[in-house]
Write a protein that binds this ligand. Structure first.
Ligand code: MG
Length: 357
């Protein structure tokens, strides 16, 4: 078979000669032969399928190092890798979409006074919080809190997990008094509060990276509810008769599910089911998910730790949330359901109804 010059190979593969030289240097696409005298690169036509695959993966935006590993796989393995890569891109885009929606909503309400939101709010929340050690654990490392503007659930882990979850929630509570909000607005206030919570957790754990906490919280601000979320506690919304999950679990298993590397059944019994990819300290990535919801009268929110969501099916959670008029009864029934299912973990629930002020 006659070898192709770099120019001919570039035309056939739709890659530039400059790109081919780069891919050679990176070991991604090495010429079949390099002329020892002229230094010219020569390519085998049999290398064209690989070169075209590289070109398509570049159009997808895949980083070169990852392309190299895809090119080393058989077709089925390469397909799985491309699927996984795209799932990551979509997850990152979804998070940016949430942030963009947050900013749009925030900027659209910019004229509303930030300094006294509790006075301007047309809505109030009726709320209840309950945290229980469950039936297996000796201590309760969860913290649940509900007030007239702030709802929060934190699930501590590690030797000082209890103080960690308490410190995170305590740090957020300064958001409750409107005068604590800096002029920069709600988004900055939440960001600052999460950073402060992170510092409080670090102090509470004595810098032990094996300890930390999840944090899922909502703040009523005017006619909106702002959500901050990090870890695998969850927020749900019961609206128009349907239950919607508002948060994404920051767990290894959720990312494997997103990437199509695990089925729902495999995920349920995965040995690292509770491994967190994000947390407030404890070694994880501390970037929180931020969302802004328009509060609507009749909405019911549930915040819970994984001690509920791991053992009580979402259909049963929805049934309890519909059946109970009062938030107090709902949290009692939800915690009871987790304990009936064995209560293997600490369980925390916050239920809040949006009502006309
Ligand atoms: Mg837990």
């Amino acid at each position: 078979m006659e070898l192709l010059t770099i120019g001919a190979f570039a035309r056939a593969s739709r890659l530039s000669a400059k790109a081919l030289r780069l891919y050679d240097e990176l070991g991604l696409l090495v010429p079949a032969r390099v002329d020892p005298v002229s230094g010219y690169r020569l390519y085998d036509p049999a290398q064209l399928p690989r070169a075209r695959l590289v070109a398509w993966l570049r159009r997808l935006g895949m980083p070169l190092a990852r392309i190299r590993s895809v090119c080393g796989l058989d077709a089925a393995g390469a397909a799985a890798e491309v699927r996984a890569y795209w799932a990551e891109v979509e997850a990152a885009t979804a998070e940016r979409r949430d942030l963009a929606a947050f900013l749009v909503s925030h900027l659209s309400h910019e004229e509303a006074p930030v300094s006294a939101p509790s006075i301007t709010s047309p809505y109030a929340i009726r709320y209840a919080a309950l945290s229980d050690a469950g039936r297996v654990r000796e201590s309760n490392q969860d913290t649940a809190y509900a007030g007239s503007r702030l709802l929060a659930v934190a699930d501590g882990f590690g030797p000082s997990g209890g103080p960690a979850s308490a410190a995170a929630v305590q740090a957020l509570r300064r958001l409750e008094s409107g005068d604590g909000l800096p002029a920069g607005g709600l988004l900055d206030a939440l960001h600052d509060a999460v950073e402060e919570a992170g510092r409080a957790v670090r102090d509470a754990t004595g810098g032990d990276t094996g300890a930390g906490t999840t944090l899922t919280a909502m703040l009523l601000d005017g006619s909106r509810l702002a959500l901050v979320h990090i870890g695998d506690s969850r927020a749900y919304l019961l609206r128009d008769g349907g239950l919607f999950r508002v948060t994404t679990d920051h767990t290894l298993v959720q990312s494997l599910l997103d990437e199509g590397r695990l089925t729902e059944e495999e995920a349920a019994s995965h040995p690292q089911a509770s491994l967190l990819l994000r947390a407030l300290y404890g070694g994880g990535d501390p970037t929180p998910q931020l969302r802004l919801h328009d509060a609507l009268p009749g909405d019911r929110y549930l915040l819970c730790s994984d001690g509920l969501s791991r053992v009580v099916a979402s259909r049963e959670i929805e049934r309890v949330l519909r059946a109970c008029d009062e938030p107090r009864q709902a949290v009692l029934d939800l915690v009871a359901a987790a304990n009936r299912a064995g209560g293997p973990d600490n369980v925390s629930c916050v239920v809040a109804d949006v009502v006309e002020a």
